[in-house]
Design a protein around this ligand. Structure first.
Ligand SMILES: [Zn+2]
Length: 54
């Protein structure tokens, strides 16, 4: 059962990222801010940790 709960949590986390910003296609893995555009450096924390959500 715990495996299902973990998978559900991961899914909810991904879904929340989309709902939080309808256009969010990227996320900063450092501060976890959703981003609508790709940035070489995160505009929120300045880290080069922006990754595509796809
Ligand atoms: Zn950031």
């Amino acid at each position: 059962m715990s495996l299902f709960r973990k998978a559900g949590t991961e899914f909810e986390r991904a879904k929340r990222a989309v709902i939080g910003n309808e256009e969010a296609a990227f996320v900063c893995t450092s501060c976890e801010e959703d981003l609508t555009e790709e940035h070489s450096h995160c505009p929120h924390c300045g880290e080069a940790t922006v990754e595509s959500l796809e």
